[in-house]
Ligand binder design. Sequence first.
Ligand code: HEM
Length: 440
Amino acid sequence: MSDQAAVLDSADYRTSPTARDVFENWKSQNADRLPVHDQRWDVGNPDIYHDDNWQPIFKEMRAEGPVNKVTGTPFGDYWNVTTIKAIQHVESLPKIFSSDWQNGGITILDMDIAEDEARAAANFLSMDPPEHSPRRRTVAPAFTPAEMVRLTDLVRERTCAVLDSLPIGEEFDWVQRVSIELTTGMLATIFDFPWHHRKALSFWSDWLSEIGLGQSQELSAMRMEVIMEMAGCFHKLWEQRLSAEETPDLLSRMIHSDAMNKMDPMEFMSNMALLIVGGNDTTRNTMTGIIEALDCFPEQRAKLEEDPGLIPNAVQECIRYVTPVAHMRRTAMEDYELDGQLIRKGDKVILWYISGNRDETVFDEADRLIVTRPNARRHIAFGYGIHRCIGARLAEMQLRILIEEMVARRMRVHVTGEVERLRQNFIHGFSSAKVTVERG
Ligand code: HEM
């Protein structure tokens, strides 16, 4: 990898305060003004993910009203879509169920934000055909099987270095030391981003993915400041890559492509942001979730140690079990009947992947991690249809290597206390996980 540090040397990219600290602080100061989630089926309530008690609520909905509407919530009125079949149905109709940022975007929080911030959010995940397809095609070659082979050795080398640096028998935070380190390292690799600035990538990603910030104009403005800082950094890299020959990294590939090189700078930036958030929070939280799950189900870890051939299936099962993206949102462009329910034009429709992946009509004992599960691949964690995750192969490769190297070292990671979960209904994950490592 070439060292691009010189381009950014004059800059000092901050990595604090974190979006979470700022948001938590704002919430504590505004506690009496915050809207209350007081309906059981209002699963937009971020507390149920923080307290990890969302499972029985979704189970109840799947049994009693798999497609149901809640009204008068802090996120307004919305439809809950909770089974795999219904989620896939909605995702197969992108003309009827829009992802476009101008129609409301892809999260439960309406885009009631400043025009410039909305434009910054206008990446190809938040676009419908025909705008979506050429942009997706541009980045797709960075995720082909051949590219994965090219990256495998480097990912393995970096994973081994991180695992071998871990203290044995001493408590540490897995999120910071392993999950964030490995995922930011991966992003820095695919963008050929200056290595010593890589922590800025996760800092930016956290600011971009904390959707709660959109609840206050003041916080939105702070986020805009962070976005502009990120934009400034990528602009410098853009200019540098544009004046150079095309190289295989994603940034160079995008800059030299027909679909993207004429894009306005804001749109370019929002696509970069999509790749950063897409690649960071998701894989990072799965890496932590795997540790928690294998510690909860030690007999499953024993199976992997006995037969490492089970690891590729275990990766799918872990992604199903963790489901790091809890939901995606669509907006109905016309009246449509789904599962006997009439969804009206303009309605907000929430696709709960976190529920689909526990759908008992598809997965037996869905609340258990079962590494030999025959249909683990049917999970919906990567979405479905035209927006299905483009980075799925990369994520699977990183997670497979992590598990392979832990198994090869007979590394058992034990969660020492309670993990701390995100108070968020979009990214389902962890802010910390204190662990100790033992080698068998
Ligand atoms: C375990 C890891 C991951 C999970 C669970 C995940 C999940 C998702 C989901 C749910 C979607 C939306 C699908 C839909 O609307 O149907 C998505 C889209 C996307 N993901 Fe991922 N993702 C992961 C890793 C990654 C990585 C590593 C990257 C890239 C570095 C990435 C980049 C993207 C992009 C660019 C899109 C937009 C695709 C489009 O709109 O056509 N993701 N991902």
